[in-house]
Design a protein around this ligand. Structure first.
Ligand code: MLT
Ligand code: MN
Ligand code: ZN
Length: 305
């Protein structure tokens, strides 16, 4: 299984257009050791020809330009993206769909019923796309048992797991969480049995999650914030990390502590916010991750299982 990180940043990317935090300012000025990052997305393939895109970030056109295997190669209009899986309906995971509106073939999209509702109401991207390529929306089961497959990507199968989180700000049920607002996905390559867990938004380690982590050869999880109070501490936003659905890396019950329980898997943090000190290659926080064997995703990272 080939996993390619298209975008390792959280919403806003790194540097963020309007942000003067020490990281964003330092990256622009070249005074810190860090790499720029586009917004949250990966693609996965078994044969290297047909790919599943996870999330469609606002940076998707740039991401396709930078990864030739996704580019048209077989017909006058073509794409190596056989299907798109949406893990939630957030802006940073869905607005790229508008950039993928060209062509006669309908976009094949897998998402939960909750995400479908948001993308036909508060953020009606599917309705808009109906005036362009159109959308075939396939409902993803969220019972954590029933797998689904994507035609054209025969050697991969997927199990979606509902995660506790908040629906996006524009959702009609923003303050009334429903299972399926956010999912994590266990991606399995059938021929090799290799598995990758992917959840760029993870607000809580619920009792049903360890069973998926235990099976995974690679655990790619939410790397948004280092501390729970990172945004309020910098005066950027009043809400804490956990309140907006992201477990911080440090502290009791933090992501490092969780990942310490799975030393045999590759453990990779993804969806990293521009404020996070782990973005600086020479930070103490980055050294702490290295000591624990936890990796930090970067744009263009390839993981072969
Ligand atoms: C999130 O991950 O919490 C959201 O994508 C935030 C945002 O809208 O940028
Ligand atoms: Mn996000
Ligand atoms: Zn910033």
């Amino acid at each position: 299984m080939h996993i390619h990180v298209l975008g390792s940043g959280a919403g806003g990317g790194f540097p963020q257009w309007n942000c003067n935090c020490p990281n964003c300012d330092g990256l622009r000025k070249g005074t810190i050791k860090a790499k720029k990052r586009t917004q949250s997305s990966i693609c996965v393939s078994s044969d290297g020809i047909n790919w599943v895109l996870f999330n469609a970030s606002p940076d998707v056109l740039q991401q396709i330009q930078e990864f030739p295997p996704l580019q048209p190669a077989r017909a006058i209009r073509d794409s190596a993206i056989a299907g798109i899986v949406l893990i939630d309906a957030q802006i940073d995971h869905t607005t790229g769909l508008l950039m993928l509106r060209e062509g006669q073939a309908r976009r094949e999209i897998w998402c939960t019923e909750m995400v479908r509702q948001d993308l036909t109401s508060g953020n009606p991207l599917f309705n808009i796309l109906d005036h362009y390529c159109g959308v075939n929306c396939h409902e993803v089961p969220t019972d954590g048992k029933t797998s689904f497959e994507i035609p054209g990507v025969d050697d991969l199968r997927f199990i979606a797991v509902a995660l506790k989180s908040a629906a996006p700000p524009y959702s009609p049920h923003r303050h009334d969480p429903h299972p399926g607002d956010t999912i994590g996905v266990l991606i399995e390559e059938i021929s090799s049995g290799k598995k990758c867990w992917y959840s760029p938004g993870l607000g809580e380690i619920e009792p049903h999650l360890p069973t998926y982590f235990r099976q995974a050869d690679c655990i790619m999880v939410d790397g948004t914030f280092w501390t729970d109070t990172e945004m309020p501490d910098m005066g950027l936003m009043p809400k804490r990390a956990r309140e907006i659905g992201h477990i911080p890396q440090s502290g009791a019950g933090g992501m490092m502590e969780v990942l310490d329980g799975y030393p045999n898997a590759r453990r990779v943090l993804i969806h990293i916010n521009n404020t996070n000190p782990i973005l600086r290659m020479d930070s103490a926080e980055r050294a702490e991750l290295k000591r624990r064997g936890i990796e930090v995703a970067f744009d263009g990272m390839d993981i072969i299982l």
